[in-house]
Ligand binder design. Structure first.
Ligand code: HEC
Ligand code: HEC
Length: 340
């Protein structure tokens, strides 16, 4: 009976591997060329290993924090409980955890672009005292003493666990997070239509927001200043902290506007709780634009329409995709069945 169950679990997981791998041919024709070519050729076993690593809290110093603690699949891999991220032993970071999707179309990561390499990027949260607070040696030891990981590394790479391969798998899982099934996408493909309100909202969007947040990714993924006043506690100068070039002061990476209903609070420090507050920043009700990048104010009616349009960029299929979630099958993984 035990053997039979293990077989079922194995078959199920093989089936789910196939499910994941069939995802990757689906990059829509109207998406630009990805910056990372790896996305076109991801191995389903590496993706699955990456998923297990991404959701595993045992690597963190207090065994409570995984990548998914701050990047939850149900929030489009952002975090909504706190404006500023919380790591091991309740340590507090300095910025809001960004949503993770369509990463293959980006080549600069973090709000200020401090990371250029998605594969190496994972070292930072693993070893940062305010995130997971561990060492790579501890991670390697944990991997090597886990029958589950010994099997997963063997499946994915045909080798024993190693840090470079763990980073490769985490990257594969993250590159496979592609959001392309929103209502907006259906409209582009001719399968659905905008309501009158959404259509007008799209017009308002094109007039005011498109220069920095262009479709289909809804970001240039460049850096810009969108007029926010500096937070007097955090004193975060954004890209300037990296380049020390005064032109970069208060410039932050332009985020995508896909999945906004799941990724609040907004901006690098999570200062806005909802889209009304965001639009009051871009176009205050007193009509005075001051530092806003907009050329003229947006009327209250047009703001409502703009919000209706922004909601067409939500992709529930992406957010509730079971193959992105905690890999439940690892809980019933029978270590006694592990031979050799
Ligand atoms: C304690 C919360 C926390 C944990 C744990 C955490 N992150 Fe993050 N992550 C953040 C924050 C905050 C940022 C933005 C940092 C900045 O801009 O300086 C970020 C940024 C990122 C980015 C860049 C995204 C972009 O759009 O530029 C990636 C990729 C990422 N994290 C992946 C991971 C992975 C993989 C793990 C696990 C190995 C992980 N994170 C663990 C909070 C966390
Ligand atoms: C000059 C370029 C620019 C223009 C124009 C612009 N934005 Fe932004 N937007 C940004 C930047 C940069 C950020 C990130 C700022 C930060 O992290 O502090 C941002 C952040 C946002 C966010 C927060 C997203 C998140 O995940 O935190 C929303 C929502 C948003 N913009 C909507 C809009 C809308 C709607 C318009 C048009 C009314 C617009 N933006 C016009 C540059 C721009």
């Amino acid at each position: 009976m035990k053997k039979f169950l293990t077989c079922c679990v194995l078959l199920l997981s093989i089936w789910s591997f196939k499910y994941v791998s069939s995802n990757r041919g689906k990059i829509p024709p109207y998406f630009p060329q990805p910056k990372s070519k790896k996305v076109e050729n991801l191995d389903s076993n590496s993706i699955e290993l990456g998923r297990v690593l991404f959701h595993d809290a045992q690597f963190s110093a207090d065994q409570l924090v995984s990548c998914a603690s701050c990047h939850s699949p149900f929030n489009s891999f952002a975090h909504t409980d706190h404006s500023i991220s919380h790591g091991v032993f309740d340590s507090i970071g300095r910025r809001n955890a960004p949503a993770l999707f369509n990463l293959a179309w980006q080549d600069k990561f973090m709000h200020d672009g401090a990371a250029h390499n998605l594969e190496a990027q994972s070292i930072a949260p693993l070893t940062s005292a305010t995130e997971m607070g561990t060492t790579l040696q501890n991670v390697l030891n944990a991997l090597n003493s886990s029958p589950l990981y010994l099997d997963l590394f063997k499946n994915a790479f045909g080798t024993a666990p190693s840090i470079p391969k763990a980073l490769e798998a985490l990257e594969a899982f993250q590159l496979n997070l592609i959001s392309y099934e929103s209502k907006y996408d259906q409209v582009i493909l001719g399968a659905q239509e905008f309501t009158a309100q959404e259509s007008n909202g799209f017009k308002v969007f094109n007039e005011n927001c498109k220069s920095c947040h262009p479709p289909p990714l809804f970001s240039t993924y460049d850096f810009a200043y969108n007029g926010l006043p500096i937070d007097s506690n955090l004193l975060d100068l954004g890209r300037y902290e990296l380049t020390k070039n005064s032109c970069d002061s208060m410039q932050f990476k332009i985020p995508s506007l896909r999945n906004l209903s799941y990724t609040y609070p907004y901006m690098h420090d999570g200062r806005f709780q909802n889209l009304r507050q965001v639009l009051s920043h871009y176009s205050p009700s007193n009509g005075i634009l001051e530092k806003s990048p907009l050329k003229k104010p947006i009327s209250e009616d047009n703001k409502s329409d703009l919000i209706a349009f922004l909601k067409t960029l939500n992709d529930p299929n992406f957010v509730f995709n079971p193959s992105h979630q905690f890999p439940k099958w690892t809980l019933s993984y029978n270590t006694n069945q592990h031979e050799n």
